[in-house]
Design a binder for this molecule. Sequence first.
Ligand code: MF3
Ligand code: CO
Ligand code: CO
Length: 250
Amino acid sequence: MAITILAPAERERLRKAGRAAAATLAYVGARLAPGMTTAAIDRLVRAHTAAQGGRPSQLGYHGFPAAVCVSPNDVVCHGVPSEHVRLAEGDIVNVDVTTELDGYHGDTSATFVIGAAAPHARALVELARGARDAGVAAAEPGARLGDIGAAIVAHVGAAGRVVEAYGGHGIGRAMHLDPHVSHVGRAGAGHRLREGMAFTIEPMVNAGSAAVRTDADGWTVRTADGALSAQFEHTVLIGPHGPEITTVLG
Ligand code: MF3
Ligand code: CO
Ligand code: CO
Protein backbone atom coordinates (compact mmCIF):
# COMPACT_ATOMS: atom_id res chain seq x y z
CA MET A 1 0.00 0.00 0.00
CA ALA A 2 1.55 3.25 -1.16
CA ILE A 3 0.43 6.38 0.64
CA THR A 4 1.02 9.53 -1.39
CA ILE A 5 2.90 12.44 0.19
CA LEU A 6 1.49 15.64 -1.28
CA ALA A 7 3.90 18.36 -2.41
CA PRO A 8 3.21 21.91 -1.16
CA ALA A 9 1.41 22.97 -4.38
CA GLU A 10 -0.76 19.84 -4.20
CA ARG A 11 -1.62 20.58 -0.56
CA GLU A 12 -2.90 23.97 -1.61
CA ARG A 13 -5.18 22.40 -4.21
CA LEU A 14 -6.43 19.89 -1.62
CA ARG A 15 -7.26 22.82 0.68
CA LYS A 16 -9.22 24.57 -2.07
CA ALA A 17 -11.25 21.44 -2.82
CA GLY A 18 -11.83 20.96 0.91
CA ARG A 19 -13.10 24.53 1.32
CA ALA A 20 -15.45 24.07 -1.65
CA ALA A 21 -16.91 20.85 -0.19
CA ALA A 22 -17.32 22.52 3.22
CA ALA A 23 -19.07 25.50 1.64
CA THR A 24 -21.56 23.26 -0.16
CA LEU A 25 -22.24 21.24 3.00
CA ALA A 26 -22.90 24.48 4.94
CA TYR A 27 -25.11 25.82 2.13
CA VAL A 28 -27.24 22.67 2.13
CA GLY A 29 -27.28 22.33 5.91
CA ALA A 30 -28.78 25.81 6.27
CA ARG A 31 -31.64 24.88 3.92
CA LEU A 32 -32.83 21.56 5.36
CA ALA A 33 -36.42 21.62 6.54
CA PRO A 34 -39.31 19.24 7.25
CA GLY A 35 -41.11 18.23 4.05
CA MET A 36 -38.03 18.56 1.83
CA THR A 37 -37.25 15.54 -0.36
CA THR A 38 -33.75 14.11 -0.37
CA ALA A 39 -33.80 14.64 -4.17
CA ALA A 40 -34.11 18.39 -3.48
CA ILE A 41 -30.88 18.15 -1.47
CA ASP A 42 -29.21 16.56 -4.50
CA ARG A 43 -30.32 19.51 -6.68
CA LEU A 44 -28.91 22.02 -4.16
CA VAL A 45 -25.57 20.17 -4.14
CA ARG A 46 -25.34 20.11 -7.94
CA ALA A 47 -26.11 23.81 -8.26
CA HIS A 48 -23.80 24.96 -5.47
CA THR A 49 -20.92 22.75 -6.58
CA ALA A 50 -21.19 24.01 -10.17
CA ALA A 51 -21.36 27.64 -9.01
CA GLN A 52 -17.95 27.13 -7.37
CA GLY A 53 -16.46 25.65 -10.52
CA GLY A 54 -16.39 22.15 -9.07
CA ARG A 55 -17.80 18.73 -9.90
CA PRO A 56 -19.60 16.35 -7.50
CA SER A 57 -17.07 13.50 -7.17
CA GLN A 58 -19.72 10.97 -6.18
CA LEU A 59 -21.87 11.40 -9.33
CA GLY A 60 -21.36 8.23 -11.40
CA TYR A 61 -18.73 6.85 -9.01
CA HIS A 62 -19.00 3.06 -9.52
CA GLY A 63 -22.41 3.94 -10.94
CA PHE A 64 -23.66 5.96 -7.94
CA PRO A 65 -26.72 7.75 -9.39
CA ALA A 66 -26.56 11.07 -7.51
CA ALA A 67 -24.29 13.97 -6.57
CA VAL A 68 -24.52 13.48 -2.82
CA CYS A 69 -25.18 10.76 -0.26
CA VAL A 70 -28.17 11.55 1.97
CA SER A 71 -28.62 9.13 4.86
CA PRO A 72 -31.56 9.64 7.24
CA ASN A 73 -32.20 7.90 10.58
CA ASP A 74 -31.32 4.17 10.26
CA VAL A 75 -29.36 4.74 7.02
CA VAL A 76 -25.68 4.41 7.96
CA CYS A 77 -24.20 5.76 4.71
CA HIS A 78 -24.56 5.87 0.89
CA GLY A 79 -28.24 6.86 0.99
CA VAL A 80 -29.46 7.60 -2.54
CA PRO A 81 -31.43 10.86 -2.93
CA SER A 82 -35.06 10.20 -3.89
CA GLU A 83 -38.23 12.10 -4.77
CA HIS A 84 -40.01 9.64 -2.47
CA VAL A 85 -38.04 10.28 0.73
CA ARG A 86 -39.04 13.39 2.69
CA LEU A 87 -37.38 14.82 5.76
CA ALA A 88 -39.68 14.95 8.78
CA GLU A 89 -39.57 16.81 12.07
CA GLY A 90 -37.38 14.86 14.50
CA ASP A 91 -35.32 13.10 11.82
CA ILE A 92 -31.55 13.03 11.83
CA VAL A 93 -29.93 13.06 8.39
CA ASN A 94 -26.33 12.79 7.21
CA VAL A 95 -25.39 14.77 4.11
CA ASP A 96 -22.05 13.67 2.59
CA VAL A 97 -20.55 16.10 0.05
CA THR A 98 -17.48 15.32 -2.06
CA THR A 99 -16.22 17.98 -4.46
CA GLU A 100 -13.57 17.78 -7.16
CA LEU A 101 -11.94 21.12 -7.87
CA ASP A 102 -8.89 21.62 -10.06
CA GLY A 103 -8.16 17.87 -10.00
CA TYR A 104 -8.28 17.40 -6.20
CA HIS A 105 -11.06 16.21 -3.92
CA GLY A 106 -12.57 17.33 -0.62
CA ASP A 107 -14.91 14.97 1.28
CA THR A 108 -16.99 16.03 4.28
CA SER A 109 -20.24 15.13 5.94
CA ALA A 110 -22.38 16.14 8.87
CA THR A 111 -25.50 14.79 10.52
CA PHE A 112 -28.23 17.41 10.92
CA VAL A 113 -31.23 17.36 13.21
CA ILE A 114 -34.53 18.33 11.59
CA GLY A 115 -36.48 20.52 14.02
CA ALA A 116 -36.93 19.17 17.52
CA ALA A 117 -35.46 15.67 17.76
CA ALA A 118 -35.65 13.30 20.71
CA PRO A 119 -32.86 13.66 23.30
CA HIS A 120 -31.43 10.22 22.44
CA ALA A 121 -31.19 11.21 18.75
CA ARG A 122 -29.47 14.50 19.55
CA ALA A 123 -27.09 12.68 21.90
CA LEU A 124 -26.13 10.17 19.18
CA VAL A 125 -25.39 13.03 16.76
CA GLU A 126 -23.11 14.73 19.30
CA LEU A 127 -21.45 11.40 20.09
CA ALA A 128 -20.60 10.89 16.40
CA ARG A 129 -19.32 14.46 16.05
CA GLY A 130 -17.10 13.98 19.10
CA ALA A 131 -15.87 10.63 17.75
CA ARG A 132 -14.83 12.26 14.49
CA ASP A 133 -13.09 15.08 16.33
CA ALA A 134 -11.28 12.63 18.64
CA GLY A 135 -10.08 10.73 15.57
CA VAL A 136 -8.83 13.93 13.95
CA ALA A 137 -6.99 14.95 17.11
CA ALA A 138 -5.13 11.61 17.11
CA ALA A 139 -3.82 12.16 13.56
CA GLU A 140 -0.48 13.62 14.67
CA PRO A 141 2.65 13.25 12.56
CA GLY A 142 4.57 10.31 14.03
CA ALA A 143 1.41 8.62 15.33
CA ARG A 144 0.09 5.44 13.72
CA LEU A 145 -3.02 4.92 11.62
CA GLY A 146 -4.44 2.61 14.30
CA ASP A 147 -4.28 5.41 16.88
CA ILE A 148 -7.14 7.15 15.06
CA GLY A 149 -9.62 4.29 15.42
CA ALA A 150 -8.48 3.65 18.98
CA ALA A 151 -9.27 7.27 19.88
CA ILE A 152 -12.69 6.99 18.22
CA VAL A 153 -13.59 3.80 20.10
CA ALA A 154 -12.35 5.31 23.38
CA HIS A 155 -14.52 8.40 22.82
CA VAL A 156 -17.68 6.40 22.05
CA GLY A 157 -17.20 3.98 24.95
CA ALA A 158 -20.44 2.20 25.86
CA ALA A 159 -22.66 5.04 24.56
CA GLY A 160 -22.83 3.62 21.00
CA ARG A 161 -21.28 1.15 18.58
CA VAL A 162 -18.73 2.16 15.95
CA VAL A 163 -19.38 0.66 12.49
CA GLU A 164 -16.52 -1.61 11.37
CA ALA A 165 -17.68 -2.36 7.81
CA TYR A 166 -16.76 1.08 6.38
CA GLY A 167 -13.78 3.32 7.05
CA GLY A 168 -12.04 6.49 5.98
CA HIS A 169 -9.72 6.61 2.99
CA GLY A 170 -6.79 8.36 1.44
CA ILE A 171 -7.83 11.28 -0.78
CA GLY A 172 -6.16 13.64 -3.24
CA ARG A 173 -6.22 13.24 -7.01
CA ALA A 174 -8.99 10.66 -6.51
CA MET A 175 -11.82 10.53 -3.98
CA HIS A 176 -10.79 7.11 -2.68
CA LEU A 177 -7.09 6.22 -2.33
CA ASP A 178 -4.96 4.19 0.08
CA PRO A 179 -4.85 3.92 3.00
CA HIS A 180 -8.03 2.44 4.48
CA VAL A 181 -8.63 4.26 7.77
CA SER A 182 -10.28 1.94 10.28
CA HIS A 183 -12.51 3.62 12.86
CA VAL A 184 -11.90 0.74 15.25
CA GLY A 185 -8.10 0.62 14.97
CA ARG A 186 -5.59 -0.63 17.50
CA ALA A 187 -3.33 1.95 19.18
CA GLY A 188 0.27 1.73 17.96
CA ALA A 189 -0.66 -0.41 14.92
CA GLY A 190 -0.53 0.39 11.22
CA HIS A 191 1.31 2.90 9.07
CA ARG A 192 3.17 5.81 10.62
CA LEU A 193 1.57 9.17 9.80
CA ARG A 194 3.82 11.62 7.97
CA GLU A 195 3.57 15.23 6.95
CA GLY A 196 1.87 15.54 3.56
CA MET A 197 -0.45 12.52 3.87
CA ALA A 198 -4.16 13.19 3.35
CA PHE A 199 -7.13 11.02 4.30
CA THR A 200 -10.64 11.19 5.63
CA ILE A 201 -11.86 10.37 9.12
CA GLU A 202 -15.58 9.57 9.02
CA PRO A 203 -16.85 7.34 11.83
CA MET A 204 -20.42 6.04 11.74
CA VAL A 205 -21.83 5.48 15.22
CA ASN A 206 -24.91 3.29 15.73
CA ALA A 207 -27.31 3.53 18.66
CA GLY A 208 -27.78 -0.26 18.65
CA SER A 209 -25.52 -2.95 17.21
CA ALA A 210 -22.67 -2.23 14.78
CA ALA A 211 -24.11 -4.64 12.20
CA VAL A 212 -25.21 -3.20 8.85
CA ARG A 213 -26.99 -4.48 5.75
CA THR A 214 -27.34 -3.09 2.22
CA ASP A 215 -30.70 -2.49 0.49
CA ALA A 216 -31.64 -4.13 -2.82
CA ASP A 217 -30.59 -0.89 -4.59
CA GLY A 218 -26.99 -1.97 -3.92
CA TRP A 219 -26.13 1.35 -2.20
CA THR A 220 -28.23 2.24 0.82
CA VAL A 221 -26.53 0.87 3.94
CA ARG A 222 -28.78 0.54 7.00
CA THR A 223 -28.38 -0.61 10.57
CA ALA A 224 -29.31 -4.30 10.75
CA ASP A 225 -31.49 -3.66 13.82
CA GLY A 226 -33.22 -0.52 12.48
CA ALA A 227 -31.74 1.74 15.19
CA LEU A 228 -30.38 5.22 14.43
CA SER A 229 -26.91 5.90 13.00
CA ALA A 230 -24.97 9.19 12.82
CA GLN A 231 -21.76 10.18 11.02
CA PHE A 232 -19.38 13.12 10.61
CA GLU A 233 -16.47 13.38 8.18
CA HIS A 234 -13.49 15.63 7.58
CA THR A 235 -10.65 15.48 5.07
CA VAL A 236 -7.42 15.84 7.03
CA LEU A 237 -3.92 16.80 5.86
CA ILE A 238 -1.05 15.80 8.14
CA GLY A 239 0.88 18.98 8.87
CA PRO A 240 4.34 19.36 10.44
CA HIS A 241 2.92 19.83 13.92
CA GLY A 242 -0.52 18.21 13.76
CA PRO A 243 -3.62 17.52 11.70
CA GLU A 244 -4.95 20.25 9.43
CA ILE A 245 -8.66 20.00 8.58
CA THR A 246 -9.09 20.96 4.91
CA THR A 247 -12.88 20.74 4.90
CA VAL A 248 -13.47 24.04 6.70
CA LEU A 249 -14.96 27.31 5.47
CA GLY A 250 -12.43 29.74 4.03
N1 MF3 B 1 -18.33 10.50 0.25
C1 MF3 B 1 -18.35 9.07 0.48
C2 MF3 B 1 -17.19 8.79 1.40
O1 MF3 B 1 -17.13 9.37 2.43
C3 MF3 B 1 -18.23 8.33 -0.80
C4 MF3 B 1 -19.43 7.54 -1.11
S1 MF3 B 1 -19.17 6.67 -2.57
C5 MF3 B 1 -20.63 6.87 -3.40
O2 MF3 B 1 -16.28 8.07 1.16
F1 MF3 B 1 -20.46 6.31 -4.52
F2 MF3 B 1 -21.59 6.32 -2.66
F3 MF3 B 1 -20.90 8.14 -3.53
CO1 CO C 1 -17.84 11.37 2.27
CO1 CO D 1 -15.08 9.72 2.61
